[in-house]
Design a protein around this ligand. Structure first.
Ligand code: ZN
Ligand code: ZN
Length: 177
């Protein structure tokens, strides 16, 4: 981790995921140029003309001032209200084709790791196994088609990888254009 960025429990490496980048841009919340800027989603009914620095995300000031959320609460079932607010209001979101959503494990929000393809996913067999069973539940009954889809991840469709903050297990969902 570089430059003394604030630590985000549910998105520990936002530089690796591309959600925060080095930039001389002025933060639209604190009006300061902090050297880093947030580049991913923010949902608000207000007209927000610029982007935020990581500090205004971490202390909740950006979400509060512009009455918005970095991530939709969809998928965040069974977590405490504190955790829900930390993820939606004080954690950087991420880039995805579909509306990004967060995964839950051990009744806590999981930490977002990044967008991955099949190779990275295959290195975490528990995530691949969980994805396979989720997709079967979603109606992928043709095993050949399912395996072909999984091994093609990274070309068009990708997987969003998370890591449980409690037990350390990896989990994922698929995202496609
Ligand atoms: Zn700021
Ligand atoms: Zn867990």
């Amino acid at each position: 981790m570089s430059a003394g960025l604030p630590f985000f429990r549910y998105h520990p490496d936002p530089l690796a995921s591309g959600s925060i980048r080095a930039a001389a841009e002025t933060c639209t919340c604190c009006k300061r140029s902090m050297g880093w800027i947030y580049t991913a989603t923010f949902y608000t009914a207000q007209d927000v003309s610029g982007r935020f620095c990581p500090w205004c995300i971490a202390d909740g000031s950006a979400a509060e001032r512009f009455a918005g959320e970095f991530t939709d609460s969809y998928g965040l079932d069974g977590v405490s209200e504190d955790v829900l607010h930390e993820v939606t209001r004080r954690t950087p979101g991420f880039h995805a084709w579909q509306d990004p959503h967060w995964l839950v494990h051990c009744q806590d929000a999981a930490a977002f790791v990044g967008e991955v393809g099949y190779t990275e996913l295959a290195a975490r067999p528990e995530a691949l196994g969980q994805l396979r069973s989720d997709m079967r539940i979603d109606g992928w009954h043709d095993e050949n088609r399912l395996e072909h889809f999984l091994t093609s991840l990274g070309e068009g469709a990708t997987a969003m990888l998370f890591r449980c903050t409690v037990c350390g297990a990896h989990l994922a969902y698929t995202d496609a254009s």
